[in-house]
Structures are given as C-alpha cells and as structure tokens.
Design a binder for this molecule. Structure first.
Ligand code: PLP
Length: 417
C-alpha cells in the first residue's frame, strides 16, 4: 500500500479553504481525511482519472453534453415540492427536493451518467461498477446503455439473491452481472472483485464508483456531479419561498446525495446542515451504521475517513433496515465537515424511519425510499427543536423498491436478511 495522505497532525484546513476550492488539496485531502490509500498498481490510473476529470469539468463541450443528458434523459431539474400537510402537522415549513423523480428513481443517476460520459471521453472500452443493494448497479447499467458502453457489475451472491428485481433490471439494461461468491459474498467482496478487475486493465477499463467515497479523485468527482441537487434546490427555494431554508436535512450512507445537496449551502452561515445516518436497532457496534456520528478515524476502501471499527481497528459489520445506508464508512468530505462543525450528524433508527416513510406517504402522496425516510424523520425532529423553521429535505429516492422489506417487517420476520 502506498499513501499520499499524511496522517493527523497536518496543518488544519478550514471551511474557507473548502469554499475557495483549495480542498481537496493536491494530495486529495480534506484536512486530515481523504487521500489515496491503494495498491501501487492503481496509482497511475487514479492520477489519469484526476487529470481527465479536471479537464472535462471545465470543458464547455463536456458540460453541454452533461447538461443535455441531465435535462432530456434524467428529467432535471427535479421539482421542489412544498410539503404543506407534513409541515402543518409538524409546525414547520417543509420542502422536498425530489430526486425520487429523477430517472431510475434516485439521485444515483446524476453521478452515473456524468462518470459514463467521462469514461467515453477517456476512450474506455468498458465500464465496471460494484453494487450492494443494486441501485448503483442499475444506474450504471442505464447510463452505459444510454452511451453504448459495455458494463459489468459486480454484486455479492447474497445481495443478488436479496435484490432479484435489480439484477433483472441490470440485465435488461444490457449489463453483465457477476455474482461474487468469495469473501462475505456482499458489497465488500464485490468491491474487492471490481478492484481486481480494474488492476488487470487500468487503461481500457473505467471504474464507475457510486458514492462520495474511495480514493481521490472519486469523493471530489462524485460531489461535483451531485452538486446539481443543491444548486437547483438553493435557487428553487429563493424563487418559490423567497428565502433560504433555515435547515437542510439529508440522509448519509457513503454521503453522495447529502454532499450534493449541502454543497450550495456551505457558504450560507445561517443555513443549518444536518446529515442523518442509520441508527439501525441500537447504539452498539454492529447494530447501526452511524459512521460520522459514532465512528473513529481509519482507512477503508482507499481513503482515510471515519469508520465503524472495534477496539482492534477491525472494520465491523453494520445494520440498517435501509440497504443504501448500510455501510461502515462515510465520504472523507463528510468526516471533514463533521470535524470543523459545519454539518451536524445525527442518526435515526429503523423504527423511526419506517414510521416517517408511512407518515410522508399518507400525508404527501410521496413514498420515500427507506434511506430518504431517515431524512424525513430527521426533519420531523428538527421541527420539534425549531418551531416554525423552514426545512429543506433531500428526498434522495422513491420507495417502491422497499415494499418487500416493509411487508417483511409487518409479517414480523424482520428485515430482508
Ligand atoms: C444509495 C442511496 C442512498 C445512500 O447513498 P449516498 O451516497 O449516501 O447518497 C440514499 N438514498 C437512496 C435513495 C439511495 O439509493
């Protein structure tokens, strides 16, 4: 393993550094977090990716092509919906940023199409991705189909059995789904396989990472591609409500939808930013996935961030009713934002999230994904702390995919594990 990130004790970075574009720094760090902790063989591929991404994001031709796909294929801008009945019940002014209405039903497609366009521009012959619950696999498969790029998705055998409809979707979209039978046969094993594939052909293969995690430049690149959520939401609030929200609440798994909606508001000191993690079924190690709230610094999947580990530094399994939040790490920019206190991280448990899903569905005619329901529950709590507040909620995805899990809970046989 080589690393270009220094350990703790480096010069302290500030919010001003972030706002001025000085973070991530040239070593890919957000303060003490981030960096590149990967096998030596992957360093050239990451360096090439960084150069290509920096070049693409300032190229008007690339931006025009991306803007066209966001509008004509994904359906952006997504609406900003005033949730008057929820707001009435909670004593607050509540707004939903509707990523559930983006093509394929969640925000993940914003990142997938952006990186697929980058892969095409870099001349990649094929795209690989890994997926846990299958949502990122579906987004990647759809984006690759759109651009005519061959796509291989690695998915643990256990996850593939749990998420059959997503395996079917990926195959319909023309992707090859490789069911991984090694290791824990879930997301962690799928990541190992995807990395093995990439190392064997770093030039011809593009690795499409699904959240604001991993080695530099991915956390930055994914944030840049998801920041459209916050840009739209900020100007939408000014247009529709005539003011900025008092608070923005989003759920945090790896952290891509949250960093996407937060970014446009980081420089607004009066806007409180709240990230909601999966509180699962309790505060004990293994019972939740509240990484930024309860984790400690360490290295996972190529970068230094906060993680859930035991006293020996072993990364521990996590639990959440929501597959998309069930991850022991969190993106390095979130670890930084937690460290400097710009974003507050809190957690919401399984039961509270399910209750919020039901309440939002019945009150607003919008069924949130279980992940997004954590943000809804977080907003409800915030409304109790700050009566009358204007609260913007990141509705990261729709809940149709979760009906089977809700059925399982009602039948009393727990989650779908
Ligand atoms: C995957 C997913 C998430 C969690 O991923 P982030 O990278 O933290 O955004 C949240 N909501 C939905 C609907 C998802 O599919």
């Amino acid at each position: 393993m080589s690393e270009i990130a220094a350990g703790p004790g480096i010069a302290a970075a500030t919010l001003d550094d972030l706002l001025a574009g000085r973070l991530p720094d040239e070593r890919g760090r957000f303060g003490e977090f981030g960096g590149r902790f990967v096998p030596e063989t992957l360093m050239p591929a990451l360096a090439l990716l960084e150069i290509a991404a920096r070049d693409a994001l300032v190229d008007p031709d690339f931006q025009t092509a991306l803007a066209r796909e966001l509008k004509d294929w994904i359906g952006r801008p997504t609406p900003l919906t005033r949730a008057a009945r929820l707001g009435g019940a909670w004593g607050a002014d509540v707004w939903l940023k509707r990523e559930d209405l983006a093509h394929t039903g969640a925000h993940k497609i914003n990142n997938a199409i952006g990186q697929a366009l980058l892969a095409q521009r870099m001349g990649a012959r094929r795209v690989i991705a890994e997926t846990g619950a299958g949502q990122h696999g579906v987004a990647s498969a759809a984006a690759c189909a759109r651009l005519g790029l061959p796509c291989t998705v690695y998915m643990g055998e256990v996850d593939a059995a749990r998420q059959r409809p997503n395996v079917q979707r990926m195959r319909l979209l023309g992707a090859e789904v490789v069911e991984v039978t090694s290791g824990d046969r879930t997301l962690r094993a799928a990541i190992d396989e995807a990395l093995r594939d990439w190392v064997s052909d770093p030039e011809g293969t593009y690795y499409l990472l699904g959240s604001a995690v991993g080695p530099h430049p991915y956390p930055w690149l994914v944030r840049e591609l998801q920041a459209v959520i916050g840009r739209e939401a900020r100007s939408g609030m000014l247009d529709a409500a005539g003011r900025l929200p008092g608070a923005v609440v989003a759920c945090v798994g790896g952290g891509s939808n949250a960093i996407g909606i937060f970014h446009a508001f980081l420089g607004d000191p009066d806007v409180e930013l709240v990230g909601i993690e999966a509180g699962g079924c309790g505060p004990g190690l293994g019972e939740h996935a509240a990484t930024a709230s309860l984790g400690r610094a360490g290295v996972l999947h190529g970068s230094r961030s906060l993680l859930l580990q035991d006293e020996f530094g072993q990364v521990r399994d996590t639990h959440s009713v929501s597959a998309g939040l069930d991850y022991p790490g969190v993106g390095p920019e979130h670890a930084f934002l937690a460290a400097i206190g710009r974003v507050r991280y809190d957690s919401v448990g399984d039961d509270e999230a399910v209750a919020a899903l039901e309440e939002c569905s019945a009150a607003e005619g919008v069924i949130p994904a279980l992940e997004s329901a954590h943000a809804v529950a977080g907003a409800k709590r915030l409304a109790q702390e700050r009566p009358g507040a204007t609260i913007l909620v990141g509705m990261s995805g729709r809940g149709d995919k979760d009906l089977g899990i809700l059925d399982g809970l009602r039948d009393g046989d727990g989650e779908d594990e």
